[in-house]
Design a protein around this ligand. Structure first.
Ligand code: EPU
Length: 417
């Protein structure tokens, strides 16, 4: 099994090109199920979760082609298998995103019910309730969500909690429903907006994406389109934190600064200099940071997907700070591993109190989920001596060529098999 070896201590310097966003690309790929015409996508990152989604869509019947410019074209002319099997859903929960579009276009879909997850129980009840409100008949049978309908009907749906993929699933379903759907308490994440833009390019009629009320006027069919996926704000944030912690100067290019306001403001509060252009963000840090309080919440507040990285930063900053996780109930698995590197962190309920220590010491640690593994990479970049991170496949789900990008910035990092 692959591991990463990191020799800490080098300040990062230079430019890093940000990849397309995993969490925007995943729903946008499934939008290909909504049309018989091809959807041509640019800026799709090369990641494990993306290849799993492409394999799932291929299994369902979507024809997937790649050209020499790295465009992915998806043709969903006929979809003989309207099913996401257990084997695929268990490795990637985002497979639930095929439910809404498949049901809306074909009147039937079967998707394995996702089980528990390392970071929380993560139910999909709001996806199901929303589709039922639109007239779907849904049964849970043999571990599968089996959904059927004649044609989905527009509805007013007030979502009990803010859910990102739930909003995306219902927005895609509503695009082909009969009449108007209003999603209230919708997720405002930039990835929801990116999906809406792609659907609009395919002929959907959507208003309000990016606010908490999204209105979708259903149409009879969607057509093909070309679309470029937005920049990955979490990859961007992770590199900015890496530069801040190592006392470096890094410019993230091909980025979308307007999607990272909460993160940039926390980095400034910690003492880093951050400047921003239209599609770049530059950070300059002397490595002497102050610990900053962080509380995760739906966008535009501080993202849960950056919580672990800020925990690593606080662990080597001056002073003490609290890190509160309000989205997922078990997203502190990195704490035990950071402690193995010498961090001083106490957890009480959903809050971690981090007291900065002057230095971390390299050790063998284990990645438990995607963002936890990013947090361990950051800790390894500043730890004295060598850090070995095991179970690095978690990292490959969401960070494209991370060791290559970090090496270009001056880190000493290598993958061992
Ligand atoms: N929830 C419910 N019922 C539902 C749906 C959600 O109770 O039907 C709860 C969840 O259990 C959680 C909260 O609502 O406590 C928010 O979950 P959400 O549905 O928003 O999460 P998600 O859509 O499953 C996406 C990202 C995650 C990211 C979260 C929060 C994708 C593919 N995944 O997940 O990304 O953490 O939104 O922003 O978009 C990651 O990239 O590392 C990652 C985990």
């Amino acid at each position: 099994m692959d591991a990463l070896l990191i020799h800490g201590g080098n300040p990062l310097a230079g430019e890093v090109r940000i990849s397309g966003a995993k969490n925007a690309a995943l729903p946008i790929l499934t939008a290909s199920l909504l049309s018989a015409e091809p959807l041509k996508l640019g800026n799709v990152p090369h990641l494990k979760d993306i290849s799993t989604m492409l394999a799932l869509l291929g299994h369902m019947g979507v024809r997937v082609t790649l050209d020499d410019k790295n465009h992915v074209t998806l043709s969903g002319e006929s979809i003989p298998h309207k099913e996401a099997p257990y084997e695929m859903v268990k490795t990637m929960r985002a497979a639930i995103l095929v439910l809404g579009p498949t049901l809306a276009r074909f009147g039937e879909a079967r998707v394995s019910l996702p089980g528990g997850c390392a970071i929380g129980s993560r139910p999909v009840d709001l996806h199901i309730k929303g589709l039922q409100a639109m007239g779907a008949d849904i049964n849970i049978e043999h571990g599968y969500i089996h959904a059927r309908c004649k044609r989905l009907q527009g509805a007013r749906i007030v979502m009990d909690m803010v859910t990102v993929t739930g909003t995306e699933n219902l927005m895609m379903a509503a695009a082909l429903a009969d009449g108007t759907t209003v999603l209230e308490n919708a997720a405002r994440e930039p990835e929801v907006v990116d999906l809406a833009r792609c659907l609009i390019a395919m002929g959907a009629k959507i208003e309000g994406a990016g606010s908490d009320v999204i209105t979708i006027h259903g149409v009879d069919s969607l057509h093909g389109a070309e679309y470029a996926v937005m920049a990955d704000r979490i990859e961007t944030g992770t590199f900015l934190v890496a530069a801040a912690m190592t006392g470096g100067r890094v410019r993230a290019t091909h980025a979308q600064p307007d999607t990272l306001e909460a993160v940039i403001s926390k980095l400034r509060e910690a003492g880093a200099q951050v400047s921003v252009g239209e599609d770049w963000i530059e950070i300059d840090s002397d490595g002497k940071l102050k610990a900053v309080d962080v509380r995760t919440a739906p966008h535009p507040a501080f993202p849960t997907d950056m919580q672990a990285q800020f925990m690593a930063m606080n662990a080597v900053s001056e002073g003490a700070a609290s890190v509160t996780e309000t989205i997922f109930e078990n997203r502190f698995m990195h704490v035990q591993e950071l402690r193995r590197l010498g961090a001083n962190i106490e957890v009480s309920g959903h809050t971690a109190l981090v007291r900065g220590v002057p230095r971390l010491d390299g050790a063998i640690v284990m990645a438990t989920d995607l963002r936890a593994s990013a947090c361990l990479v950051l800790a390894g970049l500043v730890a004295a001596g060598e850090t070995t991170i095991e179970r690095i496949y978690h990292l490959d789900r969401g960070y494209e060529r991370i060791e290559e990008k970090l090496t270009q910035l001056g880190a000493r990092i290598k993958r061992v098999h």
